[in-house]
Design a protein around this ligand. Sequence first.
Ligand code: UD1
Ligand code: CA
Length: 490
Amino acid sequence: MNEVREGGATHRPHQGSRLAIVILAAGKGTRLRSRRAKALHEVGGKTLLAHVIASAEKIVAPADIYAVVGHQADRVRAAVAHTGISFVEQAEQRGTGHAVEAAKDAIAGYENIIVLSGDAPLVSSQTIEELWQFHQAQGAAMTLTSAEPEEPTGYGRIVRGSPDSHEVTAIVEQKMLAPGQHAIREVNMGMYAFRTAALLRHLGRLAPDNPHAELYLTDMAHVLSAAGERVVAFRTDDASELLGANTIAELVALDARLRTATARRLMDSGVTIFRPETCVIDSEVEVGPDTVIDPFVQLLGHTRVGSDCRIRSYTVIENCTLGNGVIVRQSCVLAESTVADGADIGPFARFRPGCEIGEMVHVGNFVEVKKSKLAKGVKAGHLAYLGDSEIGAATNIGAGVITCNYDGVKKHLTRIGAGSFVGSDSTLVAPLTVGDGTYIGAGSCITKDVPADALAVGRARQVTKEGWAAARRAKHPPKEQVDSKSRRAS
Ligand code: UD1
Ligand code: CA
């Protein structure tokens, strides 16, 4: 198994596991007309391959998961490394049969393997599970999964031994169909189970005798059946699971389908989504019951939203965790941050990565927060920048307050205690510590630490010269005012 590389953390080969799942993901995806490998294209906010891995991981039987990678192999590996699956490399892509051949050392130790297409993201763990059960019950050398989609054109067709037996004698690809076979409506979904010994014994018989000169895994149906091995079809009702992303149009249609399904899943669990067709919600997103999502909201990545929240229109939330009873008003952009219960955010607030927003905090209009901790009840209502800061409970941040966190070389921390009041338009030059219960006068530039309970004012003293403006006007009468005065007089 020397060509197998372990991916990373979560998925470890099961001790004594008898089943491997091999996901074919080496193809370029020529019909996508993209420079990016097919497996890397995203639907529902996740790569095609990641969807297939997620379904494979959920089956009950312990199974080791392998992906066959080839085109842009390093990038594909990196994109799904977090799942911990193993990889096999198919350096040159010479067909689905050739891809399985590339994995033959890796699979040799398993009694059975399941083969999935890395470009069919709707495949469900339930269907994989049923295929696996059927394969075992039938004692077959090869079990393929079939369905009857409304439009069978383009798919491999199933040739059965007799109409009412499970047995299959061949799968015939579209371009190889004999005249009488165009009428066959039952198609190959591209998911198979094999008894590994039978597969490996006969795999060498695949021949590139087709218009693309490739080795087709589908030809194993005929090869095994002709060799007297049992080949059967497991027929599913849900033909949609076979939908692949072969073109951008198909990819976009799959994305819409997945997002509709995600919105549906959330609504079924008690989330109100008004005009769900306008919202973009990634597959992994979780939302608690009684939360209301307004039109044109985007919830992306691993975002978790608690219950009883309200997310208003045009807000985009990516990889954030929100507690319960949080309101996010219109047009906020929140990324990689946590927001505790009862917080009131926006409109027009921006959280850059690394914010920890406490309970009942209010962050309002045009406030940008980056890598900052705002304790319970902090208020920053308007036009502030809080970067690399820690702000104690119930402190009030006035309009236009700025933490000057960057000296051109390094970032520095600003600490402000609890129960303090930072006057409007103050600049706090970090590194800086301001104690609890302090007042900072409006318009201050604070460069030195402020002890608890102090008042700090750092601004030029006001000079007032009485009569100065009137004297100036008398000397240089402003033209416009003269005109308007004369107009009023006339
Ligand atoms: C395949 C089946 C077809 C079936 C359809 C269902 C074959 C010959 N045909 O056609 O009967 O109806 O799936 O969707 O298998 N791949 C590799 N290495 C290669 C070639 C392909 O890893 O050398 C991967 C691709 O990246 C893809 C998967 O195998 O993820 C399927 O290949 P694809 O070319 O999409 O096959 P289809 O034309 O869809
Ligand atoms: Ca395909």
